[in-house]
Ligand binder design. Structure first.
Ligand code: AMP
Ligand code: MN
Ligand code: MN
Ligand code: MN
Length: 278
């Protein structure tokens, strides 16, 4: 059976390794088919593709788009699109555009909470100045010795209600799905277990996602528990969605899951790669 990992990050967004290094690591871990899915940015794809081919791994284009839906942040992965699509390229540019201002506001709030110079500190960890994210702030706060690990930083400083959290409006769901679809790609709901939707909210969300042209959902991801693999396998089938698998790897020793290391999809679901020629 092929080892397929369709969600991970590089220095082009908030990962710690370059696209080529992530490709090499994926291959070393036995991955056969791979997508790099940086946040709101596809400029890492040429390097990712070349490196994947160089190590004998199949490559699928990928991105993870930040979306604001019903006042919450959700992530939509796009797979298998044409990366030259201007709708997608421009949509991603507009999605990225508020990040720098948001980062300055985060730094101002963190300064009031006793952590000065966080903008400059986070910037030292940034690979792509267009894509400064909460993860970069988290790495700086760990570097200062204030928190022991990334989940501790998020819990104490970077989630809603905490000092460094700045609300932000990302792309809307219809636009994000439409950019992916108009580029010939497949839209996938990323790590559904991370959103604290009740059953009704999940129903409304998935119904809208499908109406806009979304066709898949992550079932096995580094963000899910084993119970959530089963729960979202059932959700996938109930909603007629294809199922995806991805580690959401960001950095060695930081991510909960390594590239290619998760269990296979449950046998009950239809994999998103069912019709891919591999
Ligand atoms: P941003 O797009 O700047 O809001 O940052 C979102 C990123 O922060 C996600 O893609 C994750 O990589 C990371 N993140 C969010 N919540 C957590 C958490 N609780 N623990 C670790 N990383 C997190
Ligand atoms: Mn991330
Ligand atoms: Mn995500
Ligand atoms: Mn991700």
């Amino acid at each position: 059976m092929l080892n397929i990992d369709l969600h991970c990050h590089s220095t082009v967004s908030d990962g710690a390794l370059t696209p080529a290094t992530v490709a090499a690591r994926a291959r070393e871990n036995g991955v056969d088919v791979w997508a790099l899915t940086d946040h709101d940015e596809i400029s890492g794809i040429p390097e990712a593709r070349d490196a994947a081919y160089g190590v004998g791994m199949r490559h699928v284009t990928g991105v993870e788009i930040s979306v604001t839906w019903a006042m919450r942040t959700v992530h939509i992965v796009g797979l298998g699109f044409d990366e030259s699509s201007q709708d997608l390229v421009q949509g991603l540019a507009s999605t990225r555009s508020g990040r720098e201002r948001r980062a300055h506001e985060m730094a101002a709030q963190l300064a009031k909470a006793g952590i000065p110079n966080a903008f400059e500190g986070a910037l030292k960890h940034v690979g792509n100045p267009d894509l400064i994210s909460r993860t970069h702030f988290a790495r700086y706060i760990i570097e200062l010795g204030i928190c022991p690990d990334i989940s501790d930083v998020f819990r104490n400083y970077l989630i809603e209600g905490k000092p460094g959290y700045v609300p932000h409006r990302w792309a809307n769901l219809k636009d994000a799905v439409t950019w992916i679809r108009s580029a010939g790609g497949i839209a996938v709901v990323a790590h559904p277990g991370r959103y604290d939707f009740d059953d009704l909210e999940l129903d409304v969300f998935l119904s809208e996602f499908k109406r806009f042209g979304g066709t898949a959902i992550e079932v096995v991801t580094g963000s899910h528990t084993v119970e959530e693999y089963s729960r979202f396998a059932i959700v996938a089938n109930n909603y007629g969605l294809l199922a995806s698998r991805g580690s959401d790897f960001h950095a060695p020793g930081e991510s909960s899951t390594e590239l290619g290391a998760l269990p296979a999809l449950p046998s009950t679901v239809v994999p998103v790669w069912r019709d891919w020629h591999m």
